[in-house]
Design a protein around this ligand. Structure first.
Ligand code: ADP
Ligand code: MG
Length: 489
């Protein structure tokens, strides 16, 4: 391992490892990078004007061909930091897999593939394939036969394809390990080793990780060639994340979450517990109090996980309850609050948790429930987040607003998806058009539309959910009648 590179001083003020903070005067433009004019134009169109700090630190090295170990928190723009180099290394006229990204889960693979697609718009006809478990092998094999330039997938499934010979890597020039720490947590090191052995030795390898446990160093020693290291220290702009600590008795903890929610009334809240059991218990308490809450854990089937994430992201679920493992890597754009239901003993994880809120130009609340036993954990955490902890009592909140907290949207589930060639525009058209009779919806009354293989989800304003179901059922989507129901229990 060679020199340790800290980010250039101009791009590393305190808290600057936020996509939004790259907007400050010292931020560096993509224009200084050796990228094609078409790519530059595409970046401007995507409104990627300045590089985030991790991008500013890693792109010049990666574009110069170096292997890289890059560490920065979730939401810091790591995807573009590896997507731009891998796209630059690509020859669109060559029909072979030239780049591969390994991700820990299907959701992350989908997110990465989506981001690469956006960035790849500049070049013509680059084919990107996701290969993950949970989907049937056969269509994946057929797609591979048709040829793909870039493959994004989970290690287990990629290994399956390599063993069957349906995936060949002899033309590979870029290998990316995304969320490498999480892949190690999930026990993928042997699969990764197997896969890396199938890649040409002359390839470039880029390793991205949110944390830097010892396992990463040994992984890097095995698969990377004289890698450069880029680490961004975890610091947040204190101004945007307002952090408050609440002292609670241990047995009040779960009830206290409802008190905070009723007081602060965030539209979307991510609530962290330290164990799966605590997640289940909290969910029961929140449901009993009438909150719209869902939980994310490893026991859910893929389809259920998708539904949870979709409902949370489109604002039809107020609270997502999760452990650190379950919540890793998820990119949720608008998050008004993070609640630490259980404190984590690890300051780095704490910083990571609360960094999910206060993104972009929005403010965010980071609320932590501390029992007397937690108190000794607060000093190092306060130090890591730069400042004196601000203590509050729950008592001051009890008299707050007692109206139920209701999410603004409801998710409707439409049977039929990508397989039926349904596109978001078809659903929007069905709701905002005259056809099918009933109310003509405005664009503002329709939220996020997500099309999956067999199902389409659309968020609609809560008070209009019934009308929307009727309109979609009576009318047609993509020229055919569809089954629709609201995802509410
Ligand atoms: P990470 O992998 O570090 O968690 P992502 O790559 O998912 O972060 O990026 C987080 C968000 O920031 C994405 O929505 C992405 O589109 C956006 N983003 C990334 N880089 C930039 C940039 N330079 N300017 C504006 N937005 C960006
Ligand atoms: Mg990422």
């Amino acid at each position: 391992m060679s020199e340790l590179l800290t980010p250039p001083p101009s791009s590393a003020p305190e808290g600057a490892n936020d996509a939004a903070n790259a907007n400050d005067a010292a931020a560096r433009s993509f224009a200084e990078l050796p990228l094609s004019p078409a790519m530059q134009a595409n970046l401007r169109q995507l409104e990627y004007l300045t590089m985030t700090p991790i991008q500013a630190a890693s792109l010049p090295l990666a574009l110069a061909g170096h292997d890289l170990i890059a560490q920065a928190k979730t939401g810091s723009g790591k995807t573009a930091a590896f997507a731009l180099p891998l796209l630059t290394n690509l020859n669109p006229r060559r029909f072979a897999v030239q780049a591969m990204v390994l991700c820990p889960t299907r959701e992350l693979a989908d997110q990465v593939a989506q981001e690469i697609r956006r960035l790849a718009r500049a070049a013509d006809n680059i084919k990107i394939l996701t290969l993950c478990g949970g989907a049937t092998m056969r269509p994946q094999m057929a797609s591979l036969e048709h040829g793909a330039h870039i493959v994004v997938g989970t290690p287990g499934r990629i290994m399956d394809h390599l063993e069957r010979g349906s995936l060949r890597l002899d033309a590979l020039n870029t290998l990316v390990l995304d969320e490498a720490d999480r892949m190690l947590d999930m026990g993928f090191q042997d699969d990764i080793a197997y896969i890396a052995k199938q890649c040409p030795v002359g390839r470039q390898t880029l390793l991205f990780s949110a944390t830097y446990p010892e396992g990463i160093a040994s992984l890097a020693r095995r698969f990377l060639r004289q890698p450069r290291e880029v680490k961004l220290l975890e610091r947040h702009a204190g101004s945007k994340i307002r952090q408050r600590f609440y002292e609670v008795k241990h047995e009040e903890r779960l009830q206290a979450v409802g008190v905070l929610l009723k007081h602060y009334r965030p539209v979307s809240t991510l609530a962290f517990c330290n164990t799966k059991q605590q997640c289940r218990d909290l969910l029961d308490v929140l449901h009993a109090q009438g909150f719209h809450a869902l939980t994310l854990n490893g026991d859910l089937e893929q389809r259920e996980r998708d539904q949870v994430l979709i409902q949370f992201a489109n604002r039809s679920c107020s609270v997502l309850v999760a452990t650190d493992v379950a919540a890793r890597g998820l990119d949720i754009a608008q998050l008004e609050a993070v609640i630490n239901v259980d404190m984590t003993p690890d300051p780095e994880i704490h910083v990571h948790r609360i960094g999910r809120t206060g993104r972009g130009d929005q403010d965010g609340w980071a609320l932590s429930l501390c029992s007397p036993g937690d108190k000794r954990r607060i000093a190092p955490i306060a130090q890591a987040t730069g400042g004196e902890p601000e203590w509050h009592g729950l008592g001051s909140l009890q008299s707050g607003n007692d109206a139920p907290l209701v999410p603004p949207m409801v998710t409707l589930q439409i049977l039929g998806g990508r397989k039926e060639k349904i596109r978001p525009g078809d659903v929007l058209g069905a709701l905002t058009g005259e056809a099918g009779g009933g109310r003509v919806f405005t664009r503002e009354q329709v939220g996020k539309i997500t099309v999956t293989d067999q199902t389409t989800y659309v968020a609609v304003a809560r008070e209009l959910a019934g009308e929307a179901v009727r309109k979609l059922t009576d009318g047609k989507v993509k020229g055919r009648s569809v089954k629709v129901r609201a995802l509410e229990d």
